[in-house]
Write a new protein. Structure first.
Length: 101
């Protein structure tokens, strides 16, 4: 009897990703446009301040989801350009992994 590998779910497949970099503090940045179904948003572990996340409208400090450095959230969205990010400190980063499955 041989073991069968699940062909419908291959974990070696890489997911597309985006890095949003805050070139200036207190400026709202929007992700580029890609179709997707789910997204994982991760604040870089080297960040100094918070990343403020809003979906579908401009991010405003203290009115959005705050991500501390190295913190992660996952959410269903239809396009990556719905992600709006406000960085407390310049040169902080947000990593976005998304899929179309």
């Amino acid at each position: 009897m041989t073991k069968r590998r699940k062909q419908w779910q291959d974990y070696r497949v890489t997911r597309p990703s985006i890095t949003i970099i805050g070139l200036q503090a207190d400026v709202c940045y929007r992700g580029p446009r890609h179709a997707c179904r789910n997204a994982i948003l991760k604040a870089s572990p080297t960040n100094i301040g918070y990343c403020w996340i809003e979906i579908g409208r401009a991010a405003v400090e203290n009115e959005c989801w705050p991500l501390q450095p190295n913190e992660t959230i996952a959410m269903p969205i239809t396009r990556t350009d719905q992600i709006n990010v406000l960085f407390d400190v310049e040169d902080d980063r947000l990593f976005v992994l998304f899929d179309n499955w």
